[in-house]
Design a protein around this ligand. Structure first.
Ligand SMILES: Nc1ncnc2c1ncn2[C@@H]1O[C@H](COP(=O)(O)OP(=O)(O)OP(=O)(O)O)[C@@H](O)[C@H]1O
Ligand SMILES: [Mg+2]
Length: 525
């Protein structure tokens, strides 16, 4: 019997018990994390109110958000949170499901271990099942075109069903779809962060709008600069705008008061020279990633040129992209060619923050979402949801493969994996079946959260998946009916399911393997 790691005969039974306890404790810590988020799954999931150490409150049912804020010490539980983080980064949704699945895989493994099945068989079986499941997802997923707006909107609506903005899902699905459609790229998902969401207090969420242009959270450097500009020529500069010693004539020596005046005149002259460069080119807006001295700012203001300073990399890059400007490091080399263009620029206060808004940019593809709402936490919750939805739409466009949600895909996978288990000999067969049951935990939780009878409905769903034509039969927990969820528009990107399977099974196998290493070294000591 060889499993690739030293087999160590334990001295006493008590040590074995300790090891089992350690594993049980780890898995229980993970189950506790899963339990925390389980009740939030699906359209009927409950939101959680999170209160941080400073007393700030967030109300959300977004798994990733809840997990981010939990104060977790147990190492395996932290790994569980990392599974959620990875699906959040890769898909932008599905964190709660991923945590439920990973935790159930481990719980089921624990049961098998208690029946004296060695972890090695379980990890092997889980690996077989995960590979097979990902293959099945690819085979049965429905191929769509990236212009299929009906499907894209349905994917957005499905992602929003379980969120607080659900009552406004139609409005936000249209808004998010329009926003994502503005991005033209090979990989839309990577660019979805470019859609800036600006939160504005005071009005209702329904007043939120898609705005063609770029918002930068910066105010003009000098209050007497113009409030707004028309027909704007923009210079993007990556250099401190000040007068540095090196720019003075080295010959200047101050012996008497006239010399001081000469010195000051010279400083003025240098500033005038810079301003002349801007004026000759018709520049009326400066975006600087570094500092602008007060004096320089005052000179610009006097000439009717507006400026913002210390603009972060992400922001000035979006200005470059939107306005077609090229950044320069030396003002003396500035040419017409380097300038960007916008029809107008406005400096405005939205909520508590000051913004510079570039409108009618050279590149009309730059968009921002102005999110309006009454309370700060309503806005924060809506922003979290909107980010998820933008990601889901982008992922669907990039991958062009979708499946039906509301448990349909998990029921179909479980059915196919149970059949696959029958083809496998040995103890791995039990692990493949345990894997299938862990997938069913997601529909089971959706049913439970809807207050329905879980065993009864699960049995009904199993029975309904007879032929391949039944693959999208699932539960709609808004109407509490069983039916073809694809036709009902409950749709998710197939990539979400593959990612969940991959990250959940990898975590489970890692934990199961780590336990064996602990056991070996513990026994040796
Ligand atoms: N009308 C519906 N009926 C039943 N299930 C639905 C419906 N709409 C969406 N769902 C399901 O709800 C689940 C998603 O729930 P939820 O958004 O709470 O969790 P998540 O996406 O796993 O995690 P999170 O959104 O917190 O990152 C998916 O399985 C999805 O198919
Ligand atoms: Mg979700």
């Amino acid at each position: 019997m060889s499993f690739g790691v030293p087999v160590i005969v334990l001295k006493e039974g008590s040590e074995e018990v300790k090891e089992k306890e350690a594993r049980t404790q780890n898995i229980n810590a993970m189950m506790a994390i899963a339990e925390t988020v389980k009740s939030t799954l699906g359209p009927k999931g409950m939101a959680k109110m999170l209160v941080d150490t400073l007393g700030e409150i967030t109300i959300t049912n977004d798994g990733a958000e809840i997990l981010k804020k939990l104060d977790i010490e147990n190492v395996s539980a932290i790994m569980m949170v990392n599974v959620a983080k990875s699906i959040d980064e890769e898909i932008g949704d599905g964190t709660t499901s991923a945590v439920i699945f990973a935790a159930t895989l481990l719980q089921n493994a624990l049961e098998l271990i208690e029946q004296d099945i060695h972890p090695k068989h379980i990890t092997h079986g889980y690996k077989l099942a995960a590979d097979k499941a990902i293959k099945i997802v690819k085979e049965i997923a429905t191929k769509i075109s990236k212009d299929d707006d009906v499907v894209l909107k349905n994917a957005a609506l499905t992602a929003m069903n379980s969120q607080d903005i659900a009552p406004l899902k139609d409005f936000f699905a249209d808004l998010a779809l329009k926003a994502v459609k503005h991005i033209e790229a090979e990989n839309v998902f990577n660019k979805v962060n470019n859609i800036k969401i600006v939160k504005a207090k005071g009005k209702s969420l329904k007043d939120s709008e898609l705005i063609s242009g770029v918002y930068i959270e910066k105010e003009k450097v000098n209050p007497s600069m113009p409030e707004s500009l028309k027909d704007v020529k923009i210079a993007v500069i990556r250099k401190k705008l000040d007068i540095t010693k090196t720019e003075f004539d080295a010959q200047i020596q101050i012996y008497n008061p006239e010399d001081i005046q000469k010195f000051l005149n010279q400083e003025d002259q240098i500033l005038q020279d810079y301003i002349k460069i801007f004026k000759d080119l018709g520049v009326n807006m400066i975006v600087n990633n570094s500092d602008i001295s007060d004096k320089f700012g005052a000179y610009l203001a006097k000439e009717g040129i507006a400026a913002i300073k210390n603009v972060g990399e992400k922001d000035y890059k979006s200005v470059l992209k939107a306005t077609g400007a090229k950044f320069i490091d030396d003002i003396k080399l500035l040419t017409e060619n380097d300038l960007g263009y916008a029809e107008s620029i406005k400096f405005e206060k939205i909520g508590d923050n000051e913004y510079t808004f570039f409108e009618g940019c050279k590149n009309p593809k730059s968009v921002s979402i102005l999110l309006k709402g009454g309370l700060e936490n309503v806005l924060t919750t809506a922003e979290i949801s909107l980010n998820d939805v933008l990601s889901v739409i982008a992922k669907t466009i990039d991958t062009q493969m979708v499946v039906a949600g509301g448990g349909a895909i998990y029921m179909e996978l479980a059915k196919k994996l149970k059949a696959y288990a029958n083809e496998i000999s040995g103890k791995e067969q039990l692990a493949v079946t345990a894997f299938a049951l862990a997938l069913e935990e997601i529909p089971k939780t959706l049913i439970r959260n809807a207050g329905l009878e879980e065993i009864e409905i699960l049995t009904e769903l199993r029975a309904a998946h007879k032929t391949d034509n039944d693959k999208w039969i699932g539960i709609d927990t808004i109407t509490n009916t069983i039916g073809d969820n694809y036709q009902r528009g409950i749709i998710e990107p197939a990539a979400l399911i593959s990612c969940l399977i991959k990250s959940g099974s990898e975590l489970a196998n890692l934990i199961l393997r780590v336990d064996r290493i602990i056991r070996a070294s513990g026994a040796a000591g």
